[in-house]
Design a protein around this ligand. Structure first.
Ligand code: KE4
Length: 429
């Protein structure tokens, strides 16, 4: 048995499914999950000391590459002064000022410890601000595991083919409307019928939890116009896309200004940090200023903030996003090139440092589209790449992530591994 198999068997004794987050269990792709012991730059090493080129990057945070020396140093410096105070610190002010300076739509911001906390709090805030109960989300989008959002969520739930989580009372789910992503006509119909009842719309402005799906400009523009016209709060869930697709997230790329934005992943630089923020008049409703309660023992934790703040400063270096996009496009162009050369029905697409791979003729534009791609073939491709030392997301419903440490050499090695993988698939292996 490999060390990964030994550890997985041991983990399942005391941890449900042997993992602390479902998608890590490899249930969608089969096989034994890899237990990592260290990472550096674009690489991770598993319990058998095998090295992989990593395209998960902790599901987004590792945009600088793993274990960036400046981030590690900042964490060490903060840690020796104490791990947590449960009291305000100057670093939290600097973090809030930095986020509000980087995202013009963010007039005020509250730090929390995860993306789930950020979206759960933003939903409660929108309901408190509007006095309305009904919220709108889109099928295939995942916003963390708060009850009212686990209604046809994407990501782990989608992978498990379990469109609505057990344990969510019908009384909660009934307040959540689920529409089709990129469907302008459905939006217009819902707002025409119930616009005055809608507290908010929460959307992944670029979807990454049903694989990568880009919005049409009309979709985001209509969302903005209808929310404004009906007094509903528009929440951009940029936990994944924030500072991943560009210096101002999707709202910068598409020039659509949300009322609230939720953040996570990159803003913690690999440590537990989430955030929600936006219009000052809405944020004024949050305790202790207003009636909407929200709290957290480790919110704004000084060690986590040190990692996040250092990360945010480093990705503001000039040319950072040009480099990140260039490397990601090199990967996508390379994969599309070898697939075309091999006659493989496969395509790849990207935005900023985020990409998707699909065993279908064209990149999907909706949840229904994604379900037409060949999942079985993806699973075989996943394992062929894993054997070749390339670690892709263990699900056909996840996006991939590149860092600025994924050099031309690393990308070209990945493309070569993909060519070999396609050959194995075509030989029926
Ligand atoms: P966390 O609670 O996992 O920090 O964030 C939840 C969340 C919220 N919004 C979006 C758009 C997200 O992508 C996420 C979490 N993303 C998944 C990746 N598909 C995290 C990986 C996992 O669940 O293990």
């Amino acid at each position: 048995m490999s060390q990964n198999e030994i550890l997985f068997a041991r983990a399942q004794i005391t941890i449900p499914g042997g993992v602390n987050s479902p998608v890590r269990a490899f249930r969608s792709v089969g096989g034994t999950p890899r237990f990592f012991k260290r990472a550096s730059g674009p690489y991770v090493w598993d319990a058998d000391d095998k090295r992989y080129i990593d395209y998960i990057g902790s599901w987004g945070p590792a945009v600088l590459g793993h274990a960036h020396p400046d981030v590690i140093e900042a964490v060490q410096k903060a840690a020796v002064n104490g791990l947590s105070f449960g009291a305000p610190t100057e670093a939290e002010i600097e973090m809030a000022e930095t986020l509000c300076q980087m995202l013009p739509s963010m007039e005020q911001v509250r730090l929390v410890s995860s993306g789930t906390e950020a979206t759960m709090s933003a939903i409660r805030l929108a309901r408190g601000f509007t006095g309305r109960n009904t919220i709108v989300k889109f099928e295939g989008c995942y916003h963390g595991h708060a009850d009212s959002l686990l209604v046809k969520a994407g990501s782990g739930l989608l992978t498990f083919g379990n469109p609505t989580s057990a344990g969510v009372p019908e009384d909660f789910a009934k307040h959540t409307k689920v529409l089709d992503y990129n469907n302008v006509e459905q939006l217009e119909r819902l707002f025409a019928a119930q616009g005055s009842e809608l507290a908010c719309v929460i959307v992944e402005p670029v979807a990454g939890n049903m694989n990568l799906i880009k919005p049409s400009h009309a979709f985001l523009k209509t969302l903005r116009e209808l929310c404004t016209a009906h007094g509903a709060v528009l929440i951009f869930d940029e936990v994944m896309t924030g500072f991943r697709v560009g210096p101002q997230g999707v709202q910068g790329v598409y020039a659509v200004k949300p009322d609230l934005t939720t953040l996570g992943k990159i803003i913690g630089g690999g440590m537990p940090v989430g955030a929600f923020g936006g219009r000052k008049d809405i944020m004024a409703c949050i305790a202790p200023l207003g009636p909407v309660y929200q709290a957290g023992t480790l919110s704004g934790n000084p060690v986590a903030v040190a990692a996040g703040l250092t990360t945010l400063k480093l990705l503001q270096r000039s040319g950072f996003y040009q480099q990140l996009s260039k490397q990601t496009e090199r990967l996508v162009d390379g994969l599309n090139g070898v697939a075309a050369e091999m006659g493989e029905q496969f395509c790849a697409d990207s935005i900023g440092g985020m990409f998707g791979v699909y065993f279908s003729e064209h990149p999907p534009t909706s949840f229904a589209d994604v379900n037409t791609s060949d999942r079985t073939r993806f699973n075989k491709f996943f394992h062929a790449m894993l054997d070749a030392g390339v670690y892709l997301a263990p699900s056909a419903f996840e996006a991939g992530f590149v860092s600025v440490t994924h050099t031309d050499e690393v990308i070209d090695a990945t493309v070569a591994a993909a060519k070999h993988a396609f050959q194995l698939l075509q030989q029926g292996q």
